[in-house]
Design a binder for this molecule. Structure first.
Ligand code: LMR
Length: 333
């Protein structure tokens, strides 16, 4: 069904752009896979509000949350075809279109906190990475936060040995694949929209995600235990179809740019609170037991995942890993 929609949408967009009346608004279709009450959902709504306001309604932003239009991989294809104009996929999802460098953000424990992340995304490396998207027909406009990931399963996950033999849903990132293999677990790539059911039916045993994603997808209803690991980060690249963006009248593009900058500042200032609120709700509902690790248990997890850096150096490039680590060190010194 979705494949059909994608094909039909691309025929409509490419084959028949149609004569637009002079006062028809320019429509930006913004597709994403999470709920509206998440960091990404809220930032997208803010962008809609501001872009429509700054352009006096000359631009209309239609936000389609919750994989309503497309699932993960399909939405990137849809953007390239021009069936939608804007997305914000996570760093982990660009590999399948040939931009694997963003997977460096997936390295376990590479980011101690959001302030350090910001130094990387706002610095020269952040800008350099965005440039890699242009040959793929898209422009990277901004980095949006979600937050840090936690591990969940129907079994208590305390030490590395607890992961052995369990199947974990992962996003389409080879770094995440290596991460679960380093724990002796079996990683399985799956679209975000399918995770709840896969956990419920036992297709996979566990998953990793942020509190806001766990809560809004109700994963806590089908996972007995969630361990506070903060072992990795989920953030997003806001991407826009290059032809569309460059074809906008310059004044409109400028106003949309301004709306994007402000929506980014707003979203990134709220992300921590949204994850904290989601955790509080999960605790209140009480269906999952939340497990905290002792410093020794945390150290054992870090040690078990260390080999990932070597494993994936060939994929994302040792130079890129070094550059990234150097920027994070600079940020904390
Ligand atoms: C996931 O697939 O787990 C996340 O990337 C979903 C999202 O967009 O936050």
């Amino acid at each position: 069904m979705r494949k059909w929609m994608l094909a039909a949408a691309s025929v409509v967009t490419i084959g028949f752009a149609g004569p637009a009346a002079a006062d028809d608004p320019i429509v930006i279709k913004f597709s994403h896979v999470v709920a509206t009450n998440t960091p990404k959902g809220q930032a997208a709504e803010k962008f809609k509000e501001l872009a429509e306001k700054y352009t006096n309604g000359k631009v209309k932003v239609e936000v389609y949350p919750n994989s309503q239009l497309y699932k993960d991989k399909e939405e990137l294809e849809a953007l390239q075809l021009g069936a939608v104009q804007m997305l914000a996929p996570s760093n982990s999802k660009f590999g399948p279109i040939g931009v694997k460098e963003f997977e460096v953000f997936d390295l376990p424990y590479i980011l101690p906190d959001l302030a350090t992340l910001r130094k990387v995304t706002d610095g020269p490396l952040g800008a350099k990475l965005l440039k890699l998207l242009e040959p793929k027909g898209m422009i990277g406009l901004a980095y949006w936060d979600n937050g840090f990931k936690q591990m969940s399963a129907n079994k208590k996950l305390i030490e590395p040995a607890d992961y052995k033999g369990l199947k974990f849903r992962i996003q389409s990132s080879k770094v995440l694949e290596a991460q679960f293999r380093s724990l002796g677990a079996i990683p399985q790539v799956m679209a975000f929209s399918e995770v709840y059911q896969a956990l419920q039916t036992g297709v996979v045993d566990g998953q990793e995600n942020t509190w806001s994603n766990i809560y809004t997808q109700k994963m806590h209803e089908v996972q007995k235990y969630i361990t506070t690991t903060n072992h990795g980060y989920i953030g997003y690249i806001v991407v826009v179809n290059k032809k569309f963006w460059e074809g906008l009248p310059p004044d409109i593009r400028e106003q949309c740019d301004k709306a994007m900058k402000e929506a980014t500042a707003y979203g990134n200032s709220q992300s921590q609170k949204e994850n904290d609120d989601a955790l509080a709700e999960i605790k209140k509902i009480g269906k999952s037991e939340i497990i905290a690790l002792t410093p020794e248990q945390d150290a054992a997890m870090r040690k078990a995942m260390e080999p990932v850096y070597k494993d994936v150096a060939k994929r994302v490039g040792q130079g890129l890993i070094d550059e990234f680590v150097k920027e994070t060190k600079g940020a904390t010194n």
